[in-house]
Design a protein. Structure first.
Length: 449
């Protein structure tokens, strides 16, 4: 054990995603993604923002890596853009696309920063969307081919991988709620997509094992501890359903190789979905992860509702709590509760916090530094919860802060700032925030540099 309760090899890093920071959407032979198309649809993104330029990380990555090094970060979770590698989603890989990520990985390693690569952070090639996207079962095979190509290109140096980022968002926010690309509103399709994503995940894990590369592979799930709004049986039941919808529907196949029976019964009764074919569950079951990535932002307090939503429930905002600019409650205890629950219910898997962070106004600037005291309090509380989890015997191995720099926040465009570094979207200049200064000191004081 290192200083102050963190293991010596505990990794503190930051996280980003390709479409949110790279820009250069027409360079290096990159094909269009579903987010390129979706963000250009009128009315879809706040202020009509797009990721065309984003933070121009494609050209400015040396500068961004220098910032990471100065903070003392030991890890960087990034994603590869599928349409940079396969502009049409399949076929012959792009040498220019692979070259970019080779340069990026080499630059990270030269600065003693360990890359963790996410293969899919929502930017499906548009050419595959036109063939049915994630609703088309063939996409799972195209994903496995893409994954194998990336493992072969980068796996001699990259030792940590995530298959998918937040499959709940891809499936339900993208195909049922419609607020994310491809912007559909079809519950049965969303359920089917969720199964195809689990198949794609399993096929990518299998491809990793077959590639012969050493290292670890996992998946990053957005998870929420669920609390009933009252002790009533109705609210307890609603919270259980919410847990199935958001958490167990993905945790169970990833960690147990099965879907939760209660959710399967609901989906089959209401939507006659998903279509699970012979051998699917065997494939999912025989490809266990090396670790579970957890994206934690806030808890959900659940009340029974008569709404037409899939699960007939409402989320309640507790009074007197602090909220971020996203309207998310600041609740570090939820992280500890969530980690404890997974440890107990899923046979103590190895875990990594693959995302945790907050958007705040970031309006006060003194001596050129953004005074984000609220973000410091947020990170302090959640890192303390992580420390407590380790003290309780939970196998937590890293903590990646969302995000390194302010970036394109999906449907909210550039209106929400999550970075520990400020980005001026007019000049693309990076500026320190006090949270980055605080994190540098935290890393030094805890012997994690």
């Amino acid at each position: 054990m290192g200083i102050n309760g963190f293991p010596k090899d505990f990794v503190i890093g930051t996280a980003t995603a390709s479409y949110q920071i790279e820009g250069a959407v027409l360079e290096g032979g990159r094909g269009a993604s579903i987010w390129d198309i979706f963000s250009h649809m009128p009315g879809r993104i706040l202020n009509g923002d797009t990721g065309d330029i984003a933070c121009d990380h494609y050209h400015r990555y040396p500068e961004d890596i220098a910032l990471m090094k100065e903070v003392g970060l030991k890890g960087y979770r990034m994603s590869v853009a599928w349409p940079r590698i396969f502009p049409q989603g399949r076929g012959k890989p792009s040498t220019a696309g692979l070259d970019f990520y080779n340069r990026l990985v080499d630059a990270l390693l030269e600065n003693d920063i360990e890359p963790m690569i996410t293969l899919y952070h929502w930017d499906l090639p548009q050419a595959l969307q036109e063939l049915g996207g994630w609703g088309n079962r063939d996409t799972t095979d195209y994903f496995a081919d893409y994954a194998y190509t990336v493992f072969n290109a980068l796996g001699d140096r990259v030792k940590k991988w995530n298959t998918l980022n937040e499959p709940w968002v891809s499936a339900f926010a993208g195909h049922y709620i419609g607020r994310h690309a491809p912007g559909m509103r079809d519950a049965a399709l969303a359920v089917q997509v969720s199964h195809h994503l689990m198949l794609a995940h399993a096929k990518a894990v299998e491809a990793f094992r077959q590639s012969g590369r050493d290292g670890q592979i996992g998946i990053a799930l957005n998870l929420y501890p669920m609390y009933p709004a009252s002790p009533s049986e109705e609210d307890e039941r609603a919270a259980r359903f919410a847990d199935g919808y958001h958490n167990r529907w993905f945790l169970d196949p990833v960690l147990k190789g099965t879907y939760p029976e209660d959710m399967l019964a609901i989906y089959r009764e209401r939507f006659n979905a998903p279509d699970i074919r012979s051998g699917d569950m065997e494939l999912i079951g025989r490809n266990p992860v090396d670790f579970l990535g957890i994206n934690y932002y806030f808890r959900k307090v659940i009340r029974r509702s008569e709404s037409t939503d899939i699960l007939q429930l409402n989320e309640v905002k507790p009074e007197g709590s602090e909220y971020t600019e996203m309207g998310w409650e600041v609740w570090p205890q939820g992280l500890l509760d969530l980690l404890g629950r997974i440890h107990k219910d899923y046979q103590a898997p190895r875990m990594v916090i693959t995302e945790n962070g907050a958007a705040f106004k970031d309006e006060i600037i003194m001596d050129g530094v953004v005074q984000d005291e609220d973000r410091i309090r947020f990170l302090q509380g959640h890192l303390e919860a992580a420390r407590q989890a380790i003290a309780e015997g939970i196998r937590l191995e890293g903590f990646y802060i969302w995000s390194l720099i302010d970036n394109f926040e999906w449907a909210f465009g550039y209106s929400k700032r999550f970075g520990i570094f400020h980005v001026d979207y007019g000049t693309l200049e990076r500026k320190w925030k006090k949270s980055a200064q605080w994190l540098k000191k935290f890393i030094e004081e805890n012997g994690l540099n």
